[in-house]
Write a protein that binds this ligand. Structure first.
Ligand code: COA
Length: 332
């Protein structure tokens, strides 16, 4: 039994928050943001539009593109750090209900920006063990709900969106996912943290007064560690599988900052054509960033059936993960 990457879908809300808009909100400039991050604009969920709404649209597309019925899905995994509810129920349960998928196992994964690749590893394990046949994995975030739009060091970076994929069983080894590495180091927990709500800081007036419900980031330290970890991670997975970076048509790194993407791409001697970049138009959408990027190259016709994808991601936790796999869906 092997697991194959069967289909992709994504959703980006229509509301655009541009660098020029941010100039009116905090002390920043379009020039500074573009130069330091490569981001021009990001999408923001509409009024009343929540994480599960975006996830459901992306999932519907992915299931349709896999040529499956909703009833074929036997596991729903949602990676998010901006769930509909912070305690319960899980966003995966809400997504299943909105899709009309009944009586399936459904749960969330919290691995911040690494969430989608973590979910991919869960789907692979469930399928290869023979427990499930068609797993819906979703990366969805409404980061605008935890961003402080008076903090110029974070509000310029993040956006909202969702991406989803169906991972299916196959007996054909040529379609199979090749390898996934996923790891974490909690000693860097304070690099990227949303201090509340949680058992350390339950909801209180102090939480509101001190803005502890907003994401906090050690930007510069995170930047340096991201470049180092992402580079080592991809070099390791390529070496372990005896694949040369020049033989990867699609390197799809987490979309956090163009400078990070460029540094890792250069370290791997990747050409511009090999490296997928969507951060300019979506910003950092955390767990949604990689599936939204895969969807972009799928919809533009760049991603063809059988072509190798190398995924690489890094996020709060700290967590990181990489994956090497062919696209096993039909070419658009
Ligand atoms: N506009 C203008 N100036 C800003 C600014 C903004 N939006 N944000 C910060 N600055 C200022 C700082 O106050 C600082 O000023 P000072 O020198 O007078 O103290 C200066 O710019 C440099 O700040 P620094 O944080 O060192 O900049 P940087 O080059 O590291 O860029 C980030 C900041 C956030 C863009 C960058 O650190 C980054 O992208 N980090 C990684 C973030 C990330 O990937 N997070 C998610 C991981 S999944």
């Amino acid at each position: 039994m092997y697991a194959k990457f069967h289909s992709i879908g994504a959703y980006a809300p229509s509301k655009v928050l541009s660098n020029k808009d941010l100039e009116k909100m905090v002390d920043t400039s379009d020039e500074w943001i573009l130069k330091r991050t490569g981001i021009s604009e990001r999408r923001i969920a509409g009024d009343g539009e929540v994480t599960s709404d975006m996830a459901t649209i992306a999932s519907d597309i992915a299931i349709d593109r896999a040529g499956l019925e909703k009833s074929d899905i036997d596991l729903v995994v949602c990676a998010t750090v901006t769930p509909d509810y912070f305690n319960m129920p899980s966003t995966a349960c809400i997504i299943s209900d909105k899709l009309g998928i009944k009586n399936v196992q459904a749960f969330d994964i919290s691995a911040a920006c690494s969430g989608f690749v973590y979910a991919l590893s869960v789907a692979k394990a469930f399928i290869e063990s023979g427990m499930k046949k068609h797993v819906l994995i979703v990366g969805a975030e409404k980061f605008s709900s935890i961003v402080d739009y008076t903090d110029r060091s974070t509000c310029i970076l993040f956006g909202d969106g969702a991406g989803a994929a169906v991972i299916s069983v196959t007996e054909d080894k040529s379609e199979a996912m090749i390898d996934i590495h996923a790891s974490a180091d909690g000693s860097y927990a304070d690099f990227l943290v949303t201090p509340a709500p949680g058992t350390i800081n339950p909801v209180s007036q102090r939480v509101i007064d001190e803005g502890l419900n907003f994401v906090q980031m050690k930007g510069n330290e995170t930047f340096k560690l991201a470049v180092k970890t992402l580079t080592k991670d991809v070099k390791d997975i390529l070496a372990k599988n005896s694949i040369d970076s020049k033989d990867i048509p699609h390197f799809i790194p987490h979309q956090a900052n163009y400078r990070i993407i460029k540094a890792v791409g250069d370290a791997l001697k990747m050409s511009k054509e090999q490296v997928v970049v969507t951060v300019g138009k979506y910003g950092n959408t955390s767990a949604a960033s990689i599936p939204m990027a895969i969807n972009d190259i799928y919809e533009s016709g760049r991603l063809k059936k059988g072509e190798l994808m190398l995924l690489d991601t890094f996020g709060g936790g700290l967590t990181w993960a990489s994956a090497l796999l062919p696209f096993a869906g039909e070419t658009k």
